[in-house]
Design a binder for this molecule. Structure first.
Ligand SMILES: [Zn+2]
Length: 198
């Protein structure tokens, strides 16, 4: 993040230089082109500041300013095709690729410690979010479901895990190293992928 801030600072300094020199001849064409450039540079600076890069399996992935995987955002929450998600280990569950890779490693490392991490739910299509909200109620109203279309499951960014006491303790100790956090107060099973601690 610091490197991005300094990159933005240096772009702003460069920009100030451009405006300073092009304003001197005071031609209106030059002035309007420099203000267009200013808008472009500002847009670039803001959009690069709003993304987070995650490296997984030799590829770079990004999250947009809302924390949504850039490559999935256009599909919409709960509308992501199966092929755009990645299988978690040998399970029937799928998540956004970096989350799937990371959870696969997490489960393998837990197994080495004699701990079994099971998955009960992962990517959740929109229709299932609607059904869950109907059956379990909205979290905001004391229930256990996100407002349909806003669930972390709908971006392939969270998994509900089947954890016994030992596994729950292992997760609390280790999950953050894999980018997973238990971020819903009443749901000890819900682990979201927040790779950069966002
Ligand atoms: Zn969940």
């Amino acid at each position: 993040m610091n490197s991005r801030i300094s990159e933005i600072q240096s772009r702003i300094l460069a920009l100030q230089g451009k405006i300073g020199t092009s304003a001197a001849p005071a031609s209106s064409a030059a002035a309007s082109s420099s203000s267009t450039q200013f808008a472009d540079y500002l847009q670039d600076a803001v959009s690069s500041a709003g993304t987070d890069t995650i490296s997984a399996a030799g590829r770079n992935y990004t999250l947009n300013s809302k924390g949504i995987p850039t490559e999935l955002a256009a599909y919409g929450n709960g509308k992501i095709p199966r092929s755009a998600l990645q299988q978690v280990g040998t399970t029937n569950h799928r998540l956004w690729a970096p989350a799937a890779s990371s959870l696969t490693s997490l489960m393998a490392d837990a197994a080495k410690d004699g701990v079994r991490i099971g998955i009960t739910d992962s990517y959740r299509p929109y229709d299932e979010q609607v059904d869950l909200a109907r059956r379990k109620g909205l979290y905001s109203q004391g229930g256990l479901a996100a407002k349909p279309g806003t669930s972390e499951h709908g971006w392939g960014m969270a998994a509900d895990l089947d954890l016994d006491g030992k596994a729950q303790a292992w997760m609390r100790q280790n999950a953050s190293k894999y980018g997973f956090v238990n971020n819903v107060a009443r749901e000890s099973w819900h682990w979201a992928y927040k790779p950069n601690g966002v």
